[in-house]
Design a protein around this ligand. Structure first.
Ligand code: SIN
Length: 283
């Protein structure tokens, strides 16, 4: 645990680290009615731990959205055109009829957007009765820092393309609204976090199609190497075990996550809000 984490003077919430590299459990706050002082401490704890999980919450949609709005404007997911309902809520529902589950691979959310969401808050209300359905998170600062200096030097000025059609059409089979395409944008491979200024690894197996300026097979080989680096390093990771009423808030700029679908044919249900970013990822 870093000194900063050990010394944090929490006076209005309780914060217990989940793993050395990222993640903390936060108690002692009702997210339906947090005080200003609690929100300030939640923001500070979020900056330190990147992923915060709040057990035993009771939130209706409006309270969930109000909590998300404490961090910025809510994002409208590109898939919500096909789903109807509340445009600011992404329903995460998996049951015996599901052909896929949202987020069942390492990724961060909606990096196809020019300005991807800065964070997401997922509120789970139903968990599989026999267990499972955990979510793994990984720290992308550490993923960058643990690459060799030579590879960092090679990647540090490169850009990669993130295409919404890859997951939304390729994996989920949902066409974009008639006459339009899903967002497709280029982002640096090692941008700096807009708040901390620290570099991080920003390739996304869910959305990244290729690295610009390389031959196709070179780009594929390097992306696969980077994706494996993220997937295979428990040292960067923590694991969130959900209960009905757990809300988890993650920094979408410097973490990735993988929702484990190990509970078929059982059911899991939750709703997510995401918060609009304030700047495109930049060097
Ligand atoms: C997601 O936002 O990718 C889904 C995460 C989860 O269901 O745990």
């Amino acid at each position: 645990m870093s000194e900063a984490i050990a010394e944090a003077p929490w006076r209005h919430i309780e914060v217990e680290p989940l793993a050395p590299s990222l993640g903390a459990v936060v108690r002692g706050v009702d997210l339906a009615a947090p005080t200003t002082a609690q929100l300030e401490e939640i923001k500070a704890a979020w900056a330190q731990h990147l992923v915060l999980t709040f057990p035993e919450q009771t939130l209706d949609r409006e309270a969930h959205k109000a909590f998300g709005r404490a961090f910025g404007t809510l994002h409208v997911h590109p898939l919500n055109h096909a789903r109807g309902g509340d445009a600011e809520i992404l329903v995460v529902k998996t049951d015996a009829d599901s052909k896929y589950t949202a987020g069942d691979a390492w990724h961060t959310d909606v990096t196809c957007d020019a300005v991807p969401p800065l964070g997401s808050a997922l509120y789970i209300t139903e968990v599989p009765p026999s267990g499972g359905g955990d979510t793994l998170f990984a720290n992308m600062y550490l993923a960058w820092e643990t690459l060799s200096e030579s590879l960092q030097a090679f990647l540090s000025d490169k850009f990669a393309v993130h295409d919404g059609a890859l997951p939304y059409v390729g994996a989920y089979g949902v066409s974009p609204p008639e006459g339009s395409n899903y967002p497709r944008n280029r982002h640096p491979i090692a941008p700096r976090h807009p708040v901390t200024g620290k570099r991080l690894l920003y390739v996304n197996s869910g959305f990244t199609t290729h690295i610009e300026g390389l031959k196709r097979e070179e780009s594929r080989a390097i992306l696969d190497l980077l994706f494996r680096h993220i997937e295979r390093n428990p040292r960067f990771q923590c694991r969130v075990r959900w209960q009905p009423g757990t809300l988890t808030l993650w920094d979408n700029r410097c973490t990735q996550h993988h929702a484990l679908w190990d509970y078929y044919p059982e059911r899991r249900y939750g709703e997510r809000v995401s918060i609009l970013g304030d700047a495109a990822p930049s060097l």
